[in-house]
Write a protein that binds this ligand. Sequence first.
Ligand code: HEC
Ligand code: HEC
Ligand code: HEC
Ligand code: HEC
Ligand code: HEC
Length: 445
Amino acid sequence: MLRKLFLWGNILLLIIFVAAIAKDLVGPYLPNHWAWTQMKYRQMQANDETNPDSKKSILARPIEIKQIQANDLGQIDRCTSCHQGMDSIVTPTMQNSFTQNPFKAHSGDFLKNHPPEKFGCVICHGGQGIATTFIGAAHTPKDEAQKAEWKKKYGWVPTEHWDRPMLAPPYIQSSCAKCHGNFESLPGTEVVSRGKNLMAQHGCLGCHQWKGFGGPISVDLAEETANKPLGRIDFSHTGLSDEDMNLLNWIRLHFVKDPWELTPGDPEAKFNTEPIAPSGMQNFTLPSPAYPDKGPELSEDDATALTTYILSARSEKIPYNYYIPGPKEAKFEDMHFSSRKEAGKWVYDRYGCAACHGLNAKGGRRNFNYQGGGMEPVLVKTVSNYTRDELRKKIMYGVPVVNKDNDKGPTPPLYMPPWKDKISPPEMEALMDYLFSIAEKQAEF
Ligand code: HEC
Ligand code: HEC
Ligand code: HEC
Ligand code: HEC
Ligand code: HEC
């Protein structure tokens, strides 16, 4: 009995073993796999009358895994195992007349400016370089239509255990900013440049930091958010399907949904012993009171641009000789303003006062359970109640604890931070000139 079991057990093992070898040998030759793709490309090249190489020599080329070892970047990419039009050995000119991926040559001048043998592909595209299957490489569809098509064609699913799937256009522009400090002056970086400007204009840095600079309310969007592991994101209120639960969508949703939906807290203490306020973040899907007729403060395109810019801070070891420094950051002292008002507006924007007081100090920002109905002071209406000295003190020392609307409710998430160590004296004077100049009622001294 035992002997029989042993025999059958061994036969079963043998079958599994043979099947595994067969799969490794045959798998790559199945349609759309790398060996199949190479054979097809070889055939296409052989049939191409304009190719200077002889048909015979083309067809004699070995079918093998191709890999680019970009040593300086510590990156090994096998993308050219399928993307043969971009393999400098198989396609020395890096040009061909094929129009379909993965056979066609690279669009644009990207490989001319960034030779593939030095840069590989993943440093710009993201994805899993070492993989040799369509799904393993972590291709990202650019829209729902392409996703549906890929599901049918390749059985597409997101790659498991791979936090950095490929970046579809325009998100791929985030990669340019990793190496090009001068990215705003390059062609092909319009979206990431716009994201940088939006972050400066809408007061994100009154609450968040970016590489250490900014306000104290929430996380550093560069150091923390851009590098957040999926396991630390609570997707439960996002409404995303499993296959869409990724960092990109998590970031983007903060601009196209009300953050109170994403992070509802527990204001009535149903699940916790203390009440917790919902997110302190503003709802950017509403129009700004400064521009009530302009639609949402952030559009869908703005959301894409901000997401692209935040993703540019994903940490990557970029060797110094691959980094092109940008222009020095503008300093108040070196700027040429046409008026005191303009100078003060620059300070208001730079330190992110708009985070809590709105664009142009016109308000519309909320603070859960804050006294008098949960809205932040509208500075154009209230600064005239202050003398210059009082105003300076208020901004320098802030209001670390604010009054609640309902005593039993949660602590309001926002308070007025102290700015004395951040805003220089000349900046402060200009800021006050600005605030007084836009006050709806002039101060009476
Ligand atoms: C197993 C073969 C295979 C490998 C390996 C592979 N690709 Fe692809 N790739 C394809 C195929 C096939 C398509 C065309 C998909 C379609 O639209 O039908 C494609 C399409 C693309 C596209 C265009 C997507 C679009 O929006 O149309 C990009 C970009 C791309 N691949 C980049 C890469 C990068 C970067 C790597 C390496 C990390 C890689 N690929 C590895 C087969 C492969
Ligand atoms: C310097 C950055 C950079 C590098 C390096 C790079 N790419 Fe690209 N690639 C891009 C950008 C940006 C686009 C989008 C271009 C566009 O839409 O005009 C793109 C587009 C593509 C496409 C889609 C082309 C199309 O027209 O359908 C494929 C496929 C692709 N790249 C594959 C690769 C492969 C494979 C490598 C490595 C050999 C590589 N890329 C290296 C930046 C790069
Ligand atoms: C790994 C770092 C790296 C990434 C990522 C990268 N570049 Fe570059 N790029 C370089 C280097 C290095 C050079 C060569 C600079 C020089 O001229 O010495 C260069 C050159 C260029 C040039 C030509 C020279 C110039 O300054 O006009 C352009 C244009 C360019 N890159 C655009 C882009 C765009 C657009 C992207 C994103 C799709 C991108 N680069 C991504 C490092 C990078
Ligand atoms: C009034 C303060 C405030 C302003 C202004 C604000 N945020 Fe937030 N933001 C927060 C808080 C607080 C969180 C923490 C998560 C939560 O409770 O929603 C957050 C969360 C985020 C997240 C998710 C972070 C993570 O690590 O999971 C992103 C992304 C984000 N904010 C981006 C922005 C951008 C970009 C802007 C400007 C357009 C902005 N925020 C403006 C307060 C603010
Ligand atoms: C994180 C949110 C936040 C940011 C950023 C912020 N403030 Fe405030 N600010 C508040 C809150 C909350 C109050 C109300 C404090 C209270 O209840 O007394 C306040 C009050 C004020 C007041 C007093 C208004 C009044 O009606 O009494 C002034 C003036 C003021 N802020 C100016 C500024 C300026 C200038 C900046 C930028 C340098 C700034 N604030 C940035 C939250 C903020």
